[in-house]
Design a protein around this ligand. Structure first.
Ligand SMILES: [Zn+2]
Length: 68
């Protein structure tokens, strides 16, 4: 997660229902989600879930290739 600098004109928060809050944080990676200060934790858990999914995928790959 990256903190957007005040110089960067931030997009709106991906979690606020009304598009009024400017995002302060940006998810790592391509096409990331954005979050305002209030929704920082939401973005954090999103990244955490993605990391877990990626780790699970890697393990599944190893198991698949290990059987060959
Ligand atoms: Zn928000």
């Amino acid at each position: 997660m990256k903190r957007l600098t005040s110089k960067q004109k931030g997009p709106y928060c991906s979690y606020c229902p009304d598009k009024t809050s400017r995002a302060v944080y940006r998810e790592d990676g391509f096409a990331g989600h954005f979050a305002c200060e209030v929704h920082k934790d939401d973005l954090c858990s999103r990244e955490e879930a993605r990391r877990r999914a990626e780790a699970a995928m890697t393990i599944a790959d190893e198991q698949t290739w290990g059987k060959l």
